[in-house]
Design a protein around this ligand. Structure first.
Ligand SMILES: C[S@@+](CC[C@H](N)C(=O)[O-])C[C@H]1O[C@@H](n2cnc3c(N)ncnc32)[C@H](O)[C@@H]1O
Length: 195
């Protein structure tokens, strides 16, 4: 499904970074792991800030476009094709992990989140934004399956070895290519791994 969506000259979610990520980019340090990176807009943005970034995604087509976007901006990113249902990030390796609109099923999140926490160095940051269940009736983007939506409470419980820096569910206008367009219900989350 994702290879099909990305099999076009157009960038499905545009080439500008997610605005929540951009607003908080000054709190991130490299190396950065970007989960469900897709066509590269977020990894490439972080690379233009001088950060070393690895983008992981299940779509080889998306990551090929990510490398093309990086080349067009004169930066380099690392890419890794992997299924996040099985992926194991290296331990205490990253100073930041970001996850924008990943929308993984509940069982995949339950396996992956402890591994994300473990992959952060002490003091490292995890930053996430995605749609919540309240988004489903809006029709302005995101999956229709509530199992693919998380919440601020779920996230707070999933990172017991982190201090919560920001955790909220808000409504905001999202304009990201043709698939994310309009008022949206999102969860925004930033956690810092305890030293
Ligand atoms: C809505 S797109 C978001 C892409 C990117 N984060 C962005 O904001 O532009 C969701 C992405 O999650 C990826 N994805 C979904 N399930 C995955 C899985 N199990 N393993 C790896 N990637 C997955 C898809 O390939 C897709 O690129």
């Amino acid at each position: 499904m994702w290879d099909q969506r990305y099999n076009s000259e157009e960038y499905a979610y545009g080439t500008a970074p997610n605005s929540f990520l951009a607003q908080h980019a000054d709190s991130l340090a490299g190396p950065v792991l970007s989960l469900a990176e897709g066509e590269g807009r977020n990894a490439v943005f972080l690379a233009t800030l001088g950060l070393q970034v690895t983008g992981v995604d299940g779509s080889a087509v998306g990551l090929a476009k990510a490398r093309k976007l990086a080349h067009s901006k004169g930066v380099t990113i690392e890419t890794l094709v992997a299924d996040l249902a099985h992926y194991e990030p290296p331990e205490e390796c990253y100073r930041s992990v970001v996850s924008i609109s990943a929308h993984l099923p509940g069982d995949v999140r339950a396996r992956l989140y402890p591994l994300i926490e473990r992959s952060l160095k002490p003091g490292g940051i995890f930053l996430l934004e995605e749609y919540t269940k309240d988004q489903i009736p809006r029709g302005t983007g995101g999956p229709r399956d509530p199992d693919r939506m998380t919440s601020s409470v779920d996230l707070e419980n999933a990172f017991p070895n982190c201090d919560i820096v920001l955790s909220r569910q808000i409504e905001r206008e999202v304009t990201e290519g043709i698939y994310h367009s309009g008022m949206a219900s999102v969860v925004q989350f930033i956690a810092k791994k305890k030293a």
